[in-house]
Ligand binder design. Structure first.
Ligand SMILES: [Fe+2]
Length: 134
């Protein structure tokens, strides 16, 4: 997956962190694709999880500071994502038989990749617009 200009929300730090998120998601997808050992996949998942927590906190802090009225709803979306990552972690921890890695990659694409693109395009951009209008 690639970060492109149409994903920009117009807030420098947020856009930078989104790019970093993409890097970490790509590392995870790569590890799954290359059938890396479980500890490596777990490692990339943890790395992604930690960064998502850090990034969401940054977004929410800014929403609080600007008294953005969409904060509570936005927080719920973030919570869903962290649950998605937890779900993927659980799936990655299952005993591996052949084919599991493929399933893992399909799940990762659906709940990690699709979600983040959709979230940035529809939800984060709304906040970007709000900041711009202030
Ligand atoms: Fe967000």
């Amino acid at each position: 997956m690639k970060w492109t200009e149409d994903l920009a929300v117009g807030i420098g730090v947020i856009d930078m962190q989104h790019k970093e998120l993409f890097v970490r998601i790509n590392n995870l997808l790569q590890a799954i694709k290359e059938h890396r050992c479980r500890s490596e996949i777990d490692g990339t998942l943890k790395f992604l999880d930690d960064y998502a927590v850090y990034h969401f906190a940054e977004e929410e802090k800014r929403m609080q500071e600007t008294e953005y009225d969409g904060l509570e709803e936005h927080k719920k979306h973030h919570a869903v994502y962290l649950r998605n990552i937890a779900e993927l972690k659980e799936q990655a921890a299952q005993p591996r038989v052949s084919g599991v890695s493929y399933e893992l990659s399909v799940t990762a694409n659906q709940i990690i990749v699709d979600w983040i693109v959709d979230h940035i395009m529809k939800i984060d951009k709304k906040f970007g617009e709000f900041v711009k209008s202030k």
